[in-house]
Design a protein around this ligand. Sequence first.
Ligand code: NDP
Length: 239
Amino acid sequence: MKRALVTGGSGGIGAAICSRLAADGHHVIVHANRGLDKAQALVAQIQAAGGSAQAVAFDVTDRQATAAALERLVEEGAIQILVNNAGIHDDAVFPGMSGEQWDRVLDVSLNGFFNVTQPLTMPMMRTRWGRIVSISSVAAIAGNRGQVNYSAAKGALHAASKSLALELASRGVTVNAVAPGLIATDMIDGSFDADAVKKLVPMQRVGRPEEVADLVAFLASDRAAYISGQVISINGAMI
Ligand code: NDP
């Protein structure tokens, strides 16, 4: 059993990842920002199914609060699986995009990556086994109109993961990014009707959070020990 932290575990994809990792026998720390009640409900569900979990809440853009929360968690035991999943989008065509929209999206995805990952790196390295998986997006690979901020933030996760993978390669820690296409969660709810999905996705359907969770769980397993520094897409053949 490893201790796994999933940021944004209160959201659609994060909840599926938490459930999958718990079913695989890990102790899961279900993280939330504003949705602590959702994280607590998921913890109860995991425990009812015989799994092990706890909930935690902090804003990943708040470096000090994040560091304090992580310190408390690491005192209870090293976190060996980290899934950086918390993310937001705040779309606008670029000429109309405000500085606040740019900053907000970069702050959660990119600064959030630093704020959560950096304090956990040394304790993870000391155990000589670790998995860091960050959830990016097809928008980082193909681009998307109205998402210059989101694409930039997610693309930066690809570059950061590749560099960190090199630094941690000799310590048994792998670092990868998973780039989903359209996945059925609140984030895209109402944004794409059936016709739009058919046009955009060769498989003619949106993905399920559980499908992303299965990929993340594989990357978090012993079986994926030789996969590092990679960006792995899961998008119904979109690109
Ligand atoms: P949701 O909106 O369902 O979940 C987003 C999660 O991020 C929530 O748990 C939320 O916490 C958390 N979060 C947001 N802001 C902060 C913050 N400042 N600090 C801490 N946590 C925060 O989205 P999805 O489940 O759909 O998305 C999960 C990830 O997958 C995101 O990174 C997203 O960009 C990415 N993705 C999603 C796709 C999709 O089609 N759904 C496609 C490609 C990528 P809380 O609710 O508790 O405040």
